[in-house]
Design a protein around this ligand. Structure first.
Ligand code: ZN
Length: 433
């Protein structure tokens, strides 16, 4: 297991600046940090690949010194001299998902990751932490940033063709979503813009996005690909698409992702963005969403609309899957650790979740009860009650969801459950209030 030198924590609480971190100034530019996370289930390593200056800062200007959620990892930026925390964000990675696969018991692999932070005004320390399934520190890395370093790249790339779908104000004040084309040729740009409008329409037809839509900007980026379509390895199909995405990620047929994070962020050069939605020009069912990294979804099948919203639940709000399997091999959640995802609980610390939305003494409804009485256990859909329903986060036992059905559980349910709705609302407020 890789650990960089331990940070000596000097709490500089006597400094006003440390207690009330200032918002990034309107002139602040973005520091893009390209990293490689590598290793196996034996241990992980975080390596810096390069740093570059990437346009004006479009990220949040409030709550800079705390993460929106705990996440599976965090990045922080701290002033070298005063130790003031300048920025913190949380995330999940495909690398950490891969560490849970059988392949990670036999091989050592490397994954690209990109982080955007506000450019510090003087020397600062970047710290990246990765957590294990119990929330313990699994790896960390630290490196310093000097904003005057001549090797921070200042390449100005030409922006890909793009069009605003929703423009509600300055990127400084809004949550900026970029919808990126994958597997669309230059001739298919109009098809992509139609698909991007439909994708945004699906997201903003769901509460609470619907009511808070004026806090978002949405830009569609028609990144051209050489070939039309994306790679489907289980059918032997490989395409030359701009982001090299493919199905069968970690040998799971419907798991459609891209590992080319450097290319993805290169494609967004010159466009303000914070959250990324990738639409794949395919009618094969699939997708994936990684918290504060991106979501990728097939654009053309009967489930495209709900899948995009489901994956956005992962990538934007860090929501867990509420479905479960009876024969799940990997354990992701343990009874002695409360998951950080807001829509599931192991009951280790239910008070941190939706306990306040339940009746006092609310008893869990076991999986057996749910199976034995499929019509009676939860009442009719219109009368579903918030409670504790066993089965969530891929596990049929020991993990609970708060509502019988939800967008994070099945595609043919029309909305987020009340727990997810509140969690999403809190994230939007965290970014914008
Ligand atoms: Zn839910």
């Amino acid at each position: 297991m890789f650990h960089s030198r331990t940070l000596s924590i000097v709490a500089a609480l006597f400094l006003t600046a440390a207690v009330f971190p200032q918002a990034a100034s309107s002139r602040t530019s973005t520091l893009r940090i390209d990293c490689i996370f590598s290793g196996s289930c034996e241990g992980s390593r975080i390596s810096l690949s390069s740093m570059s200056e990437a346009g004006p800062w479009a990220g949040r200007r409030r709550n800079m010194d705390k993460p929106p959620l705990r996440g599976n990892g965090q990045i922080s930026l701290r002033d070298s001299e005063s130790s003031e925390i300048l920025y913190v964000n949380s995330f999940s990675t495909l690398f950490q998902e891969w560490l849970n696969t059988e392949e990670a018991t036999k091989a050592d692999k490397a994954f690209e990751n990109v982080f955007l932070v506000p450019m510090p005004e003087s020397e600062a320390v970047v710290r990246i932490e990765l957590y294990d399934n119990r929330g313990g520190l699994a790896a960390c890395g630290e490196f310093s940033v000097d904003p005057d370093d001549i090797l921070i790249k200042k390449t100005r790339r030409q922006s890909a063709p793009h069009r605003y779908i929703m423009n509600n104000g300055s990127p400084q004040d809004k949550i900026d979503l970029a919808i990126v084309a994958e597997g669309y040729t230059a001739d298919e740009a109009e098809l992509f813009y139609e698909d991007a409008e439909a994708a945004a329409g699906s997201i903003f037809s769901h509460s609470p996005f619907k009511e808070l839509s004026d806090r978002f900007n949405v830009v569609a980026v028609a990144l051209p690909s050489q070939d039309s379509g994306v790679s489907i390895p289980h059918d032997g199909i490989w395409k030359d698409s701009a982001l090299g995405s493919h199905f069968d990620t970690f040998y799971s047929e419907r798991y459609l992702t891209t590992l080319d994070l450097f290319d993805l962020h290169d494609a967004l050069a010159g466009i303000p963005y914070e959250h990324i939605i990738i639409l794949a020009n395919t009618d094969t069912y699939g997708g994936g969403g990684i918290f504060n990294s991106y979501l990728l979804s097939a654009a053309h099948n009967e489930w495209t609309a709900p899948v995009i919203v489901h994956e956005f639940g992962h990538s934007f709000a860090g929501l867990a899957d509420e479905y479960f399997y009876d024969d799940q091999f990997t354990e992701y959640y343990y009874p002695d650790a409360e998951p950080w995802e807001q829509n599931i609980t192991t009951l280790k610390d239910f008070s941190l979740k939706w306990q306040d939305m339940t009746e006092a003494g609310c008893a869990p409804i076991s999986k057996e009860t749910q199976l034995a009485d499929p019509d009676g256990w939860a009442g009719a859909p219109g009368r579903f009650k918030v409670g504790l329903y066993e089965g969530a986060g891929y596990q049929s036992e020991g993990v609970y969801r708060g509502f019988p059905e939800c967008r994070m559980k099945i595609n043919d349910w029309p909305s987020f459950c009340p727990i997810c709705e509140r969690a999403i609302r809190r994230i939007i407020e965290f970014y914008t209030e």
